[in-house]
Structures are given as C-alpha cells and as structure tokens.
Design a binder for this molecule. Structure first.
Ligand code: PLP
Length: 427
C-alpha cells in the first residue's frame, strides 16, 4: 500500500536529515513510514502509491479553502507571467498591507517576512528594542517557530520528539526565556513580580495549536492584556495558526482582546511561504528603516506569495459566511465523532475552536501542556494508523491540531465517522 512512499523515504534519508524538511512530517512518534504526497485537490491528498486521503491538516493550516483552489492558482499563474521577484517595492505589497489593516483589529503598520518563525523572531526583537528589556514570557507547549529564544518548553515537533533541551540553544539565550503554564495567570503574575521591569513581552498562541488544540480559559487573554498594560509589557499574539482562520480578524476579533503586536503565517500566503508581523504604530515605527531595530529579507513581499495571499484574504474578507460554514462543518464533525467514540471502552476528549480541533485520549480536561502530555498518545498512534489505512490523513502527532477546510463536506464527515466507529469497536 505504501511501497513507493517507503522507497522515496529511504532515498530521501540519504540526502536530507531524517528524510524530511520539517520534523513532524517524519511520523517519528506515530511510527511507520511518512507518506509522500504527489498532488492534492479540494479535500483530498493523493500519494505516490495512488492512495487517496481526506486531508485534515491542509498544509498545517494554509489551505483553508481546500487544495488547488482555483482563484488562488489562477492568480499565481497570472502573476508568474510578469516575473516573480524584483527586490524592489511593489504596489501589491501596499495593497496587501492595507487589506490586512482593514481585516485585523489594531494593526497600524505591518511588515512582510517569509515564515512564521521569522515573524515571531522579529516581533520579539521589536518588543525588546521598544522596551529596552531582554526577558520575555512564553507558555509551555506553545510553539513560535524555531528561533533559539522560543525553543524552551516548546510544543509541536519539539514536543512530538520529546526533546527536553535543544542542543545549540545557548544558556545565555535560554535564560531570558521565562515560561508559564498555559491558562495560568497566577504563574504569569509570579514571573512578573520576580523579574520586575525586566520583561519586554508576553507571547502567546491565543488558541494553543501546538499541543493539540487548547482553547484559552474564559478571561485568560483579557487578564494578560490587563497585566501587560499595568506593567508596560508588549503583548504579542502569535496568530500564525489562528489568523484569518478563526475569523477574518483572527483571535483578536473572536475574543475581543487587542494585542500590541500580532504575528501571521500560513493562510496569509495562501500556501506560498509568507509570514508577517504588525501592530501599534508607536512600536512598529522602531523597525528599520523607520527606526533602528534591523530586520530585512531579500524575498520579503515576494510578488507570487503576495498575489496568492492577497487573493485568498480578499475572498475571506468578502465572505463572512465562510467562517459560518467552517463552524458548521467543524461542529458537525466534532459532535458526530464524539458519538462515534461513545461505544469505545477508552475515554476521549475533543477540543475545538472554530476549524481547529484535536482528539485527546483521556477523561480529563486538556487545557495546558501537562494535561496534553498525560493523555494516551499510544491510543492516538493507533487511531492515526487506522485512519491512514482507511483513507484519512490526520496530523501525525497527538500534539498537533487538525485544520478543517471548506472543501470538507458531509460526505467526508460520514466517512470519517464510519472509520472512527470501526476503530471504537475494534479497541
Ligand atoms: N507560530 C505558530 C503558532 C506556529 O504554529 C508555527 C508553525 O507551525 C510557527 C509560529 C512557525 O511558522 P513557520 O513554520 O512558518 O516558520
């Protein structure tokens, strides 16, 4: 069933570390051989062996309208005719910035970069430049890309591979990274009290997506806003996952809390490599050449990526019904899966916010990294492989969120439910 993928993986391992260009793709925790995908359309992935899968990762978020979405592919084709990198300003970059300002609350200025990692790394540098402080607070199990400062108690691949300490991250860098449990405002207050006037920023995924999907506790984001205001700390929302996915204005709109800086990735590039960071004018004016906080990029604002992202964002901006539709689909998937698992002898908790969701095999509430780690990950691995063999592609780790696209219909939900019922009766 996976013969060609196996061959491709063996070949890749000879030339690429671990055979993959990003660790979670490697199936290390779920076991088995990663599936090599050849193409994708709508709700489906097609692999090198001719197998077809319902896709619940959607490139880890960007393909919110499904794969090979025609308005975006047409726009990219059109743009290609006029060359696709100049290293000069283009009007498209300004149009993109204006559109984002219109969609997202509290963005006065925004800078384009090439990945979510770059966006978070740069936002932290700006917060440090603006406040003159070095330390910052992040939350256990949150992932903000692979820049050194963030690789402390990180989620995503770091959690999946159970890496406690990342070699290469010096203690000099790590000592400025303070960590608190997600959803625990007391721990944040204690860290602030112990590091008075030394903290530049608090960075958070407003909905955790890198330890599975973890919603913020009611009032938690509001409490963070209050504490940042009273202590002159820059509040950074990492909306690389949640931006343009949970609402046109992201988690800021959904929860009615405004951050000082916001980072984006994934959907903002429509499937091409883009990131961005932006926020309050006073802070963003520190960025070079307006200010002295240096940050640059040869391919930043790349016309192909801008065209793809601009086309997709415009469609999301014009269609509030898209978010209603995603909510309907995801809520139907959640409740029907809950039902499908009802005959199982093992416990299941399904967390969901909009079109981000995850299944944890536990009786307990999963609301932080500790509770996510204490779930039955072996059961997740079994479920993952059962789904894969039956044509459903889930994230290959219990510590990742599912991303649902508008291409998922009742037909795909029916199949997912049927496969899940069989699993519940099997185990
Ligand atoms: N921030 C969050 C919340 C993410 O989920 C990710 C990646 O998954 C990143 C930052 C890093 O983005 P990238 O992989 O584009 O560097």
């Amino acid at each position: 069933m996976y013969e060609n993928s196996r061959k491709q993986f063996e070949r890749a391992k000879l030339s690429i570390p671990g055979g993959v260009n990003s660790p979670v793709r490697a199936f290390k925790s779920v076991g088995g051989t990663p599936i090599f995908i050849k193409s994708a359309e709508g709700a489906y992935l097609f692999d090198e062996d001719g197998n077809k899968y319902i896709d619940y990762i959607n490139s880890w978020g960007p393909m919110i309208m499904g794969h090979a979405y025609q308005p975006v592919t047409d726009a990219v084709h059109e743009q290609m005719k006029g060359s696709f990198s100049f290293g000069t300003p283009t009007s498209l970059e300004t149009e993109m910035a204006e559109l984002i300002k219109e969609m997202v609350p509290n963005i006065d200025l925004i800078r384009m970069v090439n990945s979510g990692t770059e966006a978070c790394m740069s936002a932290l540098r700006v917060a440090r430049g603006y406040t003159g402080n070095n330390k910052f607070i992040k939350f256990d199990g949150c992932y903000h890309g692979h820049a050194d400062a963030f690789l402390v108690n990180a989620g995503s691949g770091v959690a999946t591979l159970e890496i406690q300490h990342v070699p290469g991250v010096t203690s000099a860098v790590a000592q400025d990274t303070l960590t608190a449990a997600y959803n625990n405002i007391e721990e944040v207050q204690e860290l602030i009290a112990a590091n008075k006037n030394e903290i530049a920023a608090i960075i958070i995924e407003p909905v955790g997506g890198n330890m599975g999907c973890i919603p913020p506790a009611p009032g938690f984001l509001q409490e963070l806003r209050k504490v940042c205001d009273s202590e002159n700390i820059v509040l950074i929302f990492d909306e690389v996952m949640t931006g343009f996915r949970l609402a046109a204005g992201g988690a800021q709109e959904l929860y009615g809390v405004q951050a000082d800086l916001v980072t984006f990735g994934k959907i903002i590039g429509g499937g091409l490599p883009v990131g961005a960071y932006g926020g309050r004018r006073e802070i963003m004016e520190c960025v070079a050449p307006a200010g002295k906080v240096y940050q640059a990029g040869t391919l930043s604002g790349n016309p192909l990526a801008m065209r793809a992202g601009y086309t997709l964002l415009n469609i999301l901006n014009d269609g509030p019904d898209i978010y209603k539709e995603l909510e309907r689909t995801a809520s139907s998937l959640q409740s029907r899966l809950q039902q499908a698992f009802s005959s199982a002898k093992f416990p299941v908790t399904i967390n969901r916010v909009g079109s981000m969701m995850s299944i944890h095999f536990t009786n307990n509430q999963v609301n932080d990294y500790e509770s996510a780690k204490s779930t039955d990950t072996e059961m997740f691995n079994k479920y993952f492989h059962h789904c894969l063999q039956n044509g459903i592609y889930l994230p290959p780790s219990a510590f990742e969120s599912w991303f649902i696209s508008t291409a998922i219909t009742q037909k795909e939900i029916d199949k997912t439910v049927e496969v899940t019922k069989a699993f519940a009766n099997l185990c």
